[in-house]
Structure formats: structure tokens, C-alpha cells
Design a binder for this molecule. Structure first.
Ligand code: ADP
Ligand code: ZN
Length: 528
């Protein structure tokens, strides 16, 4: 263990050098550190990898007392504290995984003023005994990490964060910081309000990650597309693949392994030994592909992750941004690759319909999904769309699929009308509603057993869409759903007209659609 030097009152740059070994502060770091050392509050919005940690660690060392770090990532506290101790920082954590003897050792060290940094989970602070303990010692700064967890509408909501609103009353005079890598204007406003930081100075870094190339393509056979994508990368490339379900994680990892790719599964249902073994192999060895649910990745600091792939649609742009942000933290070129399809849209609408929660909650989830679909279906720059979502206007980037290979669009009015009128006829003439599969069979004039049984071959629209393939129709339906012209309902995703469909049927509104592209990541040729 490195010898401890007293840094109270030291020049922050000296601390940065001597403790952390960095030459200079980056971006807003120096200004944030100055604000907090002077005793002010700060709201820090900085993308993953931006360097948030030193903005509270340096003030914690320079100001007298112990810096309190509130973090939901219990699994990572141990590693974070070990890394600090290796740098000669007197750090410790308090959490539920600790033996009582260990806990009282940490408490004594804190009370004796022998700790520079103390990490606690938010649920600890909900206990009155923790507040009482902390009030008996001296705090230099309170850093609330992952502060977006206070947002009830966000994707990482933690109820215990709501109890952090009165820290100014519990610890008067201690500067407070809220830090997050996820902040839309809405979340920003919400966390400032709920964590009661009216006088804070706000530091909003650019959310652009210029070295990440964004690519989104139509989902046809996701695992095969994924395997082809990974094979298009140099051998031994490390990456993360996100899938929605545990089953899909396991099946995908297995398929990749069968193709000679060093893939490992990670999800909350695996025994903890397997999870941590897989995680350390991913961190330690070169070229491991981690196939995971979103349970994996928060706080993982592996700088050379070269790609993040999604084979299922994330629930929100924030989630997508955070997950893709784990690629290329070393600043070298990296890829954010995703496939998404009609099934994703239908499935997520269904999940929203069935989720517990009131109407306004479901509406918010619906808005999150709509923004995500907007990003997927955009015919202009993906990065521009993404940054715009975070309230940061920009120019087309030249480093995303739509910039590099501008998508073809086509006039979708006639196919849209054929589809919508088929839905209307089924409804009016038969009182029936169907999902995409049956509608496509009708439009394409497929003489399936089900079509014949239901007498759908006698509909006036039977066969009027034979000029488009099954895949084309799926694309049309997906885009009409994404634009709110169609809605999917119930367990089977039966399709119905939404309000804007009227104007389409009358031919009163243009319907430009994006022609899908399949399998062109890594410069592979276009399928059509
Ligand atoms: P965040 O918490 O915002 O995701 P971290 O605090 O983990 O980011 O920092 C991300 C990476 O940047 C780390 O590897 C860290 O060592 C490095 N880093 C942070 N500040 C500096 C700096 N001033 N100079 C050089 N490297 C830095
Ligand atoms: Zn672009």
C-alpha cells in the first residue's frame, strides 16, 4: 500500500498528478473541482468515460473530512475502493454484503477521521442509523453518483434515491454533487429538483462520442446477422452483445461459440460464480464477446471494447446511449451496431400495455419507445438525432450508416393504402382484426390453409400486394407503426388504424419510407 500523504488544502492539480497520475484536468473537470472545493453544489452531466470520478475524488482529498459517495453499484464498490487504496487513498465502503466486524472497523475509521472516501449504497442512507453515524463524523463533500436513478420515469429508477432530497438538512454546509451520464433535459430538470440542488452550478459536457460509429439495420435473422457482423470485425475483437431475455442471451452465446467466436453469457439468472468468472474473463482476456442482458455493464471500465451490438430494441434512447457508450472508451474507433424489426415494435408495445402503472406512466414509456423508433427509422444522421434528444444540436456527423450510405427512400403511399384498406375491410366486413403475418398473407395472395379456412381469399384486397416481398411488407408495417399510423394491440399484436391513417387513406399525406438495408455493416454489400 502506497504511503499516505496529507492532501487537505493542497493544489487540486498536485492531487491529480500525485494520486491519480494524470497530467491535466480534462474538459470541465477543473471547473467542477474548483466549484466544489469552494463549497458550492454541482450538477455534472458527462457521458460515460468522461471522467466524472476525479471531480468528486479530488475535492474529497482537498477539503477536510471524508467524501461520501452514494452509488447504487454495490457489486463494483469493492473494485473501486481497491483501486483507490492502490493509489494511496484511504477509501472504504459500507454495504449489506459486509460482515458486521468489517462494518464496525469502517465506522471507527470514519469517526476517527481516517477516511478520505466512503462509498455507501443509497438504501444505507435511508436508515436513520447511517445518518446518525455520518453526523458524528465530518463530511467534506457528498457525491450522488448515477443521479438519474432519482427519475421515476427513467429506465433506472431506484426508490431509495427519492430519500436523498433532504441531504442538505441532514448535513448542512456540506457541498453536494449529482453526477450522471444519462441526461435528457427532462431528467436534468427532475434530478435538480428532487435532489434539491437549486443553487448548484451546472456542468453539461458534450454527449458526442465521435469515435463511435452508429449502425442500425433491419432484423431478419438476428443471430445469423450478428455472427456475420462479428466475423466482419478483425479476429480477437472484444465486444458486448445485448439481448432482452436470459434465454436469448444463452442461445446467442451458444450460437456464437459454435462458430468459433469466444462468446460468454451474462445475466442475472446465472450463478454468481459464473457471472463473476465470465466478467473477469471479459475484462482480463483479449477478444471476448460478452452476450448479456442489460444487467451487465453499469460501471464496467474496459477501455478497448470495440463494438456494442443490440439484437433487441432498447426501451429508450437513454438506455441505447448508455449501453453503446461502453464501446470505445479509449477513444479509438468503435461500432454501435443494432438490428431491429417489426417484432420488436409489437413486443415492446405489448410490454408497455401490460406493464403495471397508471396511464401517464404508460404514456411516458410510449414516448421513450417512440423516440427510440425515431432514431431507428431516421433517414438523416443518427448522431444528430441522438444528440438532439439530449438537447445538443449538431451537424451531420459523417460517421454513421445514414451519413456514410444515405438510405434509399420510396413513396410508400400506395402500399400503405393497400394495407390500411385491408385492415378496414376485415374490420367492417368480418369484424376481425389480425396481426402482421395474416395481413401479409392476404396482401401477397398466399393461399395458406388459414387463409382458405377463414375465407380471406375472397376479400377484395386479396393478392393486391404481391409486388412486395414478405420482408418488404414487414418493413412497411414496422415504419407505419413507428410513425403512429398503425397501432398494435393485445397479445397477438393485432393491427388497427390510428388517427393519422385517415389522411393516408385519402391520399392527403405523403408516406416516404426508408428502404431497408440488411447486412452492410463492415462494408458488406447491400442485399437489395
Ligand atoms: P466516468 O465515471 O465519467 O464514466 P471515469 O471517471 O471512470 O469516467 O473516467 C474514465 C476514464 O478516463 C478512466 O479510465 C480514467 O482513468 C480516465 N481519466 C479521467 N480523468 C482523466 C484525466 N484528467 N486525464 C487522463 N485520464 C483521465
Ligand atoms: Zn451521421
Amino acid at each position: 500500500r502506497a504511503p499516505v500523504r496529507e492532501f487537505t488544502g493542497a493544489d487540486p492539480r498536485d492531487v491529480l498528478h500525485e494520486v491519480f497520475g494524470y497530467e491535466e484536468f480534462r474538459g470541465d473537470q477543473a471547473a467542477i473541482v474548483a466549484q466544489v472545493i469552494a463549497g458550492g453544489d454541482a450538477v455534472v452531466l458527462m457521458p460515460t468515460g468522461g471522467g466524472k470520478s476525479v471531480t468528486y475524488q479530488v475535492p474529497a482529498l482537498v477539503r477536510p473530512g471524508t467524501g461520501l459517495v452514494i452509488s447504487p453499484l454495490i457489486a463494483l464498490m469493492h473494485d473501486q475502493v481497491d483501486a483507490l487504496i492502490a493509489n494511496g487513498v484511504r477509501a472504504a465502503y459500507l454495504n449489506s454484503t459486509q460482515a458486521p466486524a468489517e462494518r464496525s472497523r469502517v465506522e471507527r475509521a470514519f469517526l476517527a477521521g481516517e477516511l478520505d472516501l466512503l462509498y455507501v449504497a443509497p438504501e444505507r442512507l435511508s436508515a436513520a442509523s447511517t445518518t446518525a453515524l455520518l453526523q458524528r463524523g465530518k463530511l467534506s463533500v457528498i457525491a450522488i453518483d448515477e443521479a438519474h436513478c432519482v427519475s421515476q420515469w427513467g429506465h433506472d429508477f431506484r426508490p431509495d434515491y427519492l430519500n436523498l432530497g433532504d441531504l442538505d438538512e441532514r448535513f448542512p454546509g456540506v457541498p453536494r454533487m449529482a453526477l450522471t451520464a444519462t441526461a435528457t433535459r427532462e431528467t436534468h430538470r427532475e434530478l435538480t429538483e428532487r435532489l434539491r440542488l437549486p443553487k448548484a452550478e451546472h456542468f453539461v459536457a458534450s454527449f458526442d462520442r465521435p469515435n463511435i460509429q452508429y449502425r442500425i439495420e433491419a432484423k431478419v435473422d438476428p443471430r445469423r446477422q450478428l455472427a456475420a457482423f462479428i466475423r466482419s470485425q478483425p479476429a480477437g475483437t472484444a465486444g458486448i452483445v445485448y439481448a432482452l431475455s436470459r434465454k436469448s442471451v444463452e442461445a446467442t452465446a451458444e450460437l456464437l461459440r459454435s462458430q468459433g467466436i469466444d462468446a460468454l453469457p451474462y445475466h442475472a439468472g446465472l450463478p454468481s460464480e459464473v457471472r463473476s468468472a465470465n466478467q473477469s474473463r471479459f475484462l482480463r482476456d483479449d477478444g471476448v464477446v460478452m452476450v448479456a442482458t442489460i444487467a451487465f455493464g453499469m460501471g464496467i471500465d474496459k477501455p478497448d471494447v470495440r463494438f456494442v451490438a443490440h439484437i433487441d430494441l432498447p426501451k429508450s434512447v437513454e438506455g441505447y446511449y448508455q449501453e453503446t457508450g461502453r464501446a470505445g472508451r479509449d477513444g479509438e474507433p468503435a461500432l454501435a451496431w443494432m438490428v431491429y424489426g417489426l417484432g420488436d415494435v409489437v413486443q415492446q408495445r405489448r410490454m408497455i400495455d401490460q406493464s403495471p402503472g397508471d396511464r401517464s406512466y404508460k404514456m411516458r414509456l410510449g414516448q421513450h419507445l417512440d423516440a427510440m423508433l425515431g432514431l431507428c427509422e431516421t433517414v438523416s444522421c443518427r448522431r444528430q438525432n441522438l444528440l438532439d434528444y439530449f438537447g445538443q444540436p449538431s451537424d451531420p456527423c459523417g460517421n454513421c450508416d445514414t451519413c456514410l450510405e444515405p438510405p434509399d427512400t420510396f413513396d410508400g403511399l400506395v402500399p400503405a393504402q393497400k394495407l390500411l384498406s385491408t385492415i378496414v375491410r376485415l374490420q367492417r366486413e368480418r369484424g376481425q382484426a389480425y396481426g402482421a403475418g395474416q395481413l401479409i398473407d392476404i396482401l401477397r395472395g398466399a393461399s395458406t390453409e388459414r387463409v382458405r379456412q377463414l375465407g380471406h381469399d375472397s376479400l377484395a384486397t386479396f393478392g393486391i400486394g404481391a409486388d412486395l416481398s414478405d420482408q418488404d411488407w414487414r418493413s412497411v408495417i414496422r415504419q407505419l407503426l413507428a410513425r403512429g399510423i398503425l397501432v398494435a394491440r393485445g397479445d397477438y399484436g393485432t393491427l388497427a388504424l390510428a388517427e393519422p391513417a385517415g389522411a393516408v387513406l385519402q391520399g392527403a399525406t405523403p408516406v416516404p419510407l426508408r428502404r431497408d438495408v440488411i447486412g452492410r455493416a463492415g462494408g458488406a454489400p447491400r442485399v437489395r
